[in-house]
Design a protein around this ligand. Structure first.
Ligand code: KG4
Ligand code: ZN
Length: 328
């Protein structure tokens, strides 16, 4: 009989079918089946196709996660799955798979908020100390959270328009690069010179913890339209990325001035951006910074298993259905 908690995580909120097994603090498997090549043809995610592809893959991905973990299904103590937010058809596939398994194995089912899960990706192979500030920067969100205790999330900032990753993806599309745009722009920016004067949004100067990215995207669109033939793509990537990262760093500094916390934690696909990681380490002092390891930055089920494990082990099961974000 083992005494380590063994959790299966399931994540299907967007375009990756993911399952992971964690035992105690160790990730035993982290399987991700990406639909990226399919959606790339259309330049963005086609929600109906995303759900259909999840249906095709979910059983295989779960089986692979359990077999790579070298356990059998009977050894699982609970199942954690992404309940929200995300594409409804995609979420539904993961939820039904999780419910079916929990019923069959007679083990508890834990609902996880995808964004809170992204914060917990930094707790894999690490320990949180509270209170902390969390920042989720992904394809769909750009939210600051104040976490007083492990499962108490208060949203203190968000974006007024596009999410940061969405902005990367749209700018990549304008520049004729592939999808998802973030990693491509990140790579090209390293070869470019920051020489185009991409304007900073007005809220850079305000005292809120909010973001705005659509103005930056529109400026790139109009500039590229006017100067199509003469645009140097790596230079545009470097100039665009400089403004976006500068805005994020500025807001992080502002939040950390206002909230005295032990840790600053970042998560979500954009947190694997190399320029952002470099500047975070260089410029954010006086607070412990937790940055997830690269495989746990973009969507994955290990972060879902990690948060599920936290909820389960802290015996907060009964509070499970109450975990909601308070929006100030
Ligand atoms: O967290 P994630 O996998 O999915 C959502 O929950 O949205 O984030 C995906 C987003 C995409 O917009 C992608 O372009 C962006 O993360 N991304 C990056 C990088 N890698 C992925 N953005 C900037 N730099 C990167 N290196
Ligand atoms: Zn995500």
């Amino acid at each position: 009989m083992h005494n380590k908690l063994t959790v299966l995580g399931i994540e299907t909120s967007c375009d990756d079918t993911c399952a992971s097994v964690m035992s105690g603090d160790s990730v035993l498997s982290n399987v991700i089946s990406s639909q990226c090549d399919f959606h790339n043809i259309y330049g963005g995610i086609v929600p109906e196709m995303a759900s259909r592809l999840h249906v095709q893959k979910i059983d295989l991905v779960i089986k692979k996660a359990v077999s790579e973990a070298k356990i059998n299904f009977q050894e699982l103590d609970c199942i954690a799955y992404t309940e929200e937010p995300g594409l409804s058809g995609s979420l539904f596939v993961g939820k039904v798979a999780a419910q079916t398994l929990s019923l069959l194995l007679q083990i508890p089912l834990i609902k996880i908020n995808h964004l809170h899960g992204h914060i917990f990706s930094a707790a894999i192979n690490n320990k949180f100390s509270y209170p902390l500030i969390g920042l989720v920067i992904s394809g769909g969100h750009s939210n600051f959270y104040y976490c007083e205790d492990s499962l108490l999330f208060t949203q203190i900032g968000t974006t007024y328009d596009d999410a940061i990753g969405e902005c990367y993806d749209k700018v990549a599309r304008i520049l004729g690069l592939g999808y998802p745009g973030g990693p491509i722009i990140d790579k090209l920016a390293k070869k470019g010179v920051c020489r185009y004067k991409v304007p900073m949004p007005d809220l850079y100067h305000d005292q809120t913890f909010n973001f705005s990215f659509s103005g930056i995207k529109s400026w790139v669109y109009n500039f590229v339209k006017k100067r199509k033939k003469t645009i140097n793509v790596p230079d545009m990537c470097a100039s665009f990325q400089h403004v976006v990262v500068e805005l994020v760093i500025k807001k992080i500094k502002l939040v950390l001035k206002e909230y005295k916390v032990s840790q600053f934690v970042i998560g979500g696909g954009v947190s694997c951006n190399s320029e952002l990681r470099r500047r975070l380490i260089e410029e954010i002092k006086n607070v412990d910074i937790l940055i997830p390891e690269i495989p746990y930055t973009t969507d994955n089920a290990a972060m879902i298993a990690r948060m599920g494990s936290e909820i389960f082990s802290e015996k907060k099961k009964e509070k499970l259905w109450e975990i909601k974000t308070t929006v100030l």
